[in-house]
Ligand binder design. Structure first.
Ligand code: DHK
Length: 186
């Protein structure tokens, strides 16, 4: 007979291979063992100083601390980085293909210009969540076009740093992390 094992929210319950039921589910679970790369593009190192009426008063370090704490609560790990250099972001996305389970990307202004980043994201073959602190659709027209969106599982904008946490929640749901699983009666 089987009993139902219910874990507290946030606690990681690891399904056995048999519990996974099929290879795809098992593969998804294994993928979650790797960190989520949280990548930030140009000028995001200026958060806190830069146009606070648009981007808020938190620094990028504040955002990193929030993201790391939220990931911990979800039973995930993150690798949080920022670069002003397009090629460095491309290199990190290439690295993520084997080193990450997913990518959360705020590509800053490269969102609106970079085919190189789009190509790298497509090559990475990972779930991608595009994040923007501001609601880009309430801003200039040139911010309405995104070269990241065609490669993204989802897009979050306008919620400030909370958007990064929402991205992790979305990935957690996407990977279907087991909160309820079956175990043999003891
Ligand atoms: C950040 C930027 O640096 C801008 O170039 C984007 C995005 C919007 C944000 O809202 O986080 O247009």
């Amino acid at each position: 007979m089987n009993t139902l094992r219910i874990a507290p929210i946030g606690a990681a319950v690891r399904p056995t291979a048999a519990e996974c039921g099929d290879g795809r589910a098992e593969g998804r679970h294994e993928a979650m063992q790797k960190p989520v790369y949280v990548l930030n593009g140009p000028n995001l190192n200026m958060l806190g100083l830069r146009e606070p009426h648009i981007y808020g008063s938190e620094t990028l370090d504040d955002v990193r601390i929030m993201v790391e704490a939220h990931a911990l609560a979800l039973g995930m790990t993150v690798n949080f980085r920022q670069s002003n250099i397009e090629g460095e972001l491309v290199n990190w996305i290439q690295e993520a293909r084997s080193g990450a389970s997913a990518i959360v990307l705020n590509a800053g202004a490269y969102t609106h210009t970079s085919i190189a980043i789009l190509d790298a994201l497509n090559a990475a073959e990972l779930p991608v969540v595009e994040v923007h602190l501001s609601n880009v659709y309430r801003r200039e027209r040139f911010r309405h076009r995104s070269f990241v969106s065609p490669a993204a599982l989802g897009v979050i904008c306008g919620f400030g740093p909370t958007g990064y946490l929402m991205a992790l929640d979305g990935l957690k749901a996407h990977f279907g992390a087991a909160k309820v699983s079956r175990a043999p009666a003891g």
